[in-house]
Design a protein around this ligand. Structure first.
Ligand code: UDP
Length: 260
């Protein structure tokens, strides 16, 4: 397979030009960062697992009628997606207090919130992704009020849907981060879910034990990081017979695993 032209390299993914106009290949790396790049590491097999987990969740979300950028998975580490213009916001939904809301507002981690809360952060590494209000978003034209209505409605639907899906496999969906993009189709612009949904950008707690099954294991040096990502995939029914040597397989140069 010929190497594709690289468009962008982020902290956890590389984007390549897709085979047709309007498409992009997302390559999932094993690199992990926390604290806006302050802490760096490798979570062996993470890219393979996140590719599969995100594929599974994007397809399920598509099935309930929410448009996504996902087209198809290409191989162990790559998926084909629609080219979108990323809306420069990180949309966080919270069901249970954890992480920054606990610190900022002094709410003990693990406290169930009175209702699900949506927050918006500006995607800007130099500024450390500051929290912003809808006033800032419309004043600076990062998204239109119509787009914000659509994003908020999609976000609550995704939260309800995923909360139920994960509860069914013994996992509490504590919080997660979404990104949206604009696509033009038939001369009309609309908002679609983009980026990825994986243990890198969700908090998952085991219902029984409260054990963390997400990137907080890396952020907080809790150990068993790979195992946590594998456990989420296993409970979703992905790779039921998986072991760590399989998730460690490199495929980017096409060694016969491209079709898996
Ligand atoms: N999150 C993310 N990317 C970010 C910041 C947060 O994916 O740059 C996710 C994070 O995994 C968690 C949720 O958004 O599921 C809320 O994160 P929080 O604001 O509590 O920040 P943190 O404690 O991770 O710094």
């Amino acid at each position: 397979m010929t190497r594709r032209r690289q468009i962008y390299e982020g902290k956890a993914k590389i984007l390549y030009e897709g085979p047709e106009p309007g498409t992009i290949v997302q390559y999932f790396k094993d690199d992990a960062t926390a604290g806006n790049g302050a802490k760096k590491g490798i979570i062996t097999g993470k890219g393979v697992l996140n590719n599969r987990i995100s594929e599974y969740l994007m397809l399920k979300i598509g099935e309930i009628g929410i448009p996504t950028h996902f087209i198809k998975r290409l191989n162990m580490r790559e998926q084909l997606v629609k080219t979108v213009e990323i809306i420069p916001l990180e949309v966080v939904v919270r069901n249970i207090a954890a992480g920054s809301i606990s610190k900022r507002l002094g709410i003990e981690e693990g406290t169930r919130l009175p209702r699900s809360i949506v927050e918006f952060y500006l995607k800007n590494d130099e500024l450390n992704d500051p929290i912003v209000s809808e006033e800032h978003i419309s004043a600076f034209d990062w998204a239109t009020p119509q787009e914000m209505d659509e994003i908020t409605a999609y976000t609550f639907r995704i939260n309800d849907f995923l909360s139920g899906l994960f509860l069914g496999i013994g996992i509490q969906l504590v919080d997660f981060k979404l990104e949206f993009g604009r696509v033009w189709e038939n001369d009309e612009m609309h908002v679609v879910l983009a980026d990825e949904i994986s243990p890198d950008n969700c908090r998952f707690w085991d219902v029984q034990s409260g054990e963390k099954l997400d990137k907080d294991r890396f952020r907080r040096d809790l150990g068993k990081v790979e195992e946590a990502y594998q456990e989420v995939a296993r409970r979703l029914g992905i790779f039921p017979e998986m072991n760590s040597s399989e998730t460690n397989t490199e495929t980017s140069n096409g060694k016969g695993l491209e079709s898996i």
